[in-house]
Design a protein around this ligand. Sequence first.
Ligand code: PLP
Length: 405
Amino acid sequence: MRRIVQSRKLQHVRYDVRGPILVEAQRLEAEGHKILKLNIGNTAPFGFEAPEAIVADMIHNLPESQGYADSRGIYSARTAVAQYYQSHGLTDTGVDDVYIGNGVSELITMVLQAFVDDGNEILVPAPDYPLWTGAVSLSGGTPVHYRCDEGNGWNPDLDDIESKITENTHAIVIINPNNPTGAVYSEDTVRALVDIARRHRLVVMADEIYEKILFDDAVHHHAATFAGDDVLCLTFSGLSKAYRVCGYRAGWVMVSGPRHLAEDFLEGLTLLANMRMCANVPAQHAIQTALGGYQSITELIVPGGRFYEQSKLAARLLNEIPGVSCVEPRGALYCFPRLDPEVYPVESDEALVIDLLRAKKILVTHGTGFNWFEPDHFRLVTLPDVDTLTEAIGRIADYLETVRD
Ligand code: PLP
């Protein structure tokens, strides 16, 4: 038989968060080493539990969830999502504007497959959550990265965005709150991004999965609320982060704005939804309960709460390491520190991460894995408790001292 190789479609597709660095971590684990994995925003292994009502709801509905559901999602879940956005000012949205998926991940891929033609350019932030870049490439499009400005709290560089728009640009991706930087955009910034989309007739794809993980005075603004009825906006969110059930795979995308101009695209999206039958049905039942019930996330994001304290501690400890600087996250679950190239002349940040892993048994993700332009950042998940985080960052500091020397 001939050698079986991956399809050419995958040629430019990368997803380094679970790439060679994880393979190396698993190899070390197989050798008996204990690896602290700070590469993935998965809450459960760090002692976070989902709200009880969500788990109970899922269990309660298991017997009724044996059949396929409507491919766009069960009615109660889609209604709950539509009502959630209605209560946030998007009064013009309804149950038919919502698609439920196996997490936001599946929907990102489906939406891009339905939307992007070969050669279409999609503006994606750098750094980004790398699924966006990978899924644009997979769908035949060209990801065009716009710079988020570390010196300006990792806010998007609006001039850079404008300068990268061509006649082939079809959409702009906004990740707010941002993974990996922790930036939360002001109302003016979100308005400005939507205005760029309006002027250049771009679709807005707003990944807002961290919308409820905000610290101090950070406020989240849905891009859709500024998109009005003339900018098509696709808003992605789900249960993985705020409700701590990544494993249930429950997410949604809501379509707002001039749907009458997007009927053909939406038909395509429904076709793709039909082709994969439906999203995990038991988890869909939990969506209504999650959105309607007590929002226990608020306990985690205030002073004294674990998300809050761990994020603050991680940023502080990272900033104490010589040659390392970290913009304090205003939301989400990550720190994205910079290694001053004068102090750490890194050629390959992936090699650095693998070296750190072998030396200190800690796995972080290299910044270029988030499509950052230079090999001078890494991302650390701030989910471990304060003692573990202190220990982990201590080990990172020890390692970096050897690199400095
Ligand atoms: N979007 C962002 C910005 C993320 O960080 C993640 C997961 O880390 C996802 C989407 C995927 O989430 P889901 O678990 O809903 O597939």
